[in-house]
Design a protein around this ligand. Sequence first.
Ligand code: ASP
Ligand code: MG
Length: 459
Amino acid sequence: MKTMKFGGSSVKDAERIKNVVTIVKESAEKEQVAVVLSAMKGITDALINCANLAASGDESYKPALQEIKDKELNTFKELIGTEKEQEALKSLEKMLTNLGEILLGIKMVKECSDRSLDLIQSFGERMNNTVVAAYMRSIGIDAEYVDTREVVLTDNSFGAAKVDYKESYKRIKEKINTIKGIPVITGFIGADPDGVTTTLGRNGSDFTASIIAAATGSSIVEIWTDVDGVLSADPRCVKNAFVIPEITYQEAMELSFFGAEVIHPYTMIPAVDRDIPIIIKNTMNPSAPGTIITREVAPHTRPITGIASIKDIAMINIMGGGMIGTPGIASKVFSALADYGINIIMISQASSEHSICLVFRAIQSERAVEALNNILAEEIKTKRIEKIVVREGLEVLSVIGDNMVGTPGVAGKIFKSLGDEGISVLSIAQGSSERNVSFVIDKEHRDKALNIVHDAFLI
Ligand code: ASP
Ligand code: MG
């Protein structure tokens, strides 16, 4: 058995869907497959937009909803026509009506909770998988729609629900065993123990695919996307960037956490658990070998594997002599920030303990400062903390690779090559895993820094 997942750009219109089905069909002739699909490209964003517009209490969501309806129904008609698959068409129409009713409710109450937003987002995957399964049947491929709200059990942290793997694996296995043809499975969504719809977080369909693969004992998970694989750096600014043929789970996780958008970081969790290789493939270029993500890769001489970067970053420095030798301040800072829902990307504290440097996404920085001023009010008043300084317009670069473990000189070479070009580094962090050296620079230096570091190690 193999699990194949296709992302939004691979199913963005009727033509692309046909292309995907051709790829599935070829595989299904050789072995048993399970298919996991995202929503069509742009639909999740459009659904969120509708929800926000409806929550403002007026009718402005209606044209946006109409666009979603037109896109889904036109795709159905283009693929299947008006005669075949009447039941699937009815089910699609029913979903669209239901979506309209929910949005009307949101408009009336003028608010959209995270719980309602998950329900609204779930339509994207449900509609697309319904259409594609119907299209497959219409051309003679035995296929069945599977709604993962029946099988992926999660908690109720709406927007980023946590999966109960054990129970989900059991339910998935049972469900898939009852299906004769190819299961066409909704990515991204699940349900809590009360059956309330949840989502696994944006881009969560990759994660769903690896859950399905683990549950069904798949020998591989194929993540089909619109690039040739995991790249050594962002090709939009690094002209020598190349597709990395093989990387480890650890490296993939580090790279995806640090902005390489090809795969959702959680995808690696079930795969590692069951030792299932993941392969990244391009739907528009299926003959390209792609990138294989596994436990162990063949030894290679490149000192690093890739460079990832995160845009729109802010850095906050908390400074004060009163922090020296005072336990508990860091813990206070971190737990308060967590309470405010702020995600810390990187931390560094020099051993002088005079300052703590925290790195966030810039959109969260205002809230982070508010949180810090609140929780550290006492320390600020007593001058144990002298100031909290924010700096925006930054970028985090992360140099990643298993080969850095125990190899001296990599960090030295990174910072020397940047220094030689006059790029100043504002903060540095290296995880003790030694697989990741991250540093903050001014965003205007991004392209140059990426190229310098890339070419210093990978050419
Ligand atoms: N449709 C969802 C999103 O846009 C999930 C996914 O594409 O993987 O985030
Ligand atoms: Mg994706």
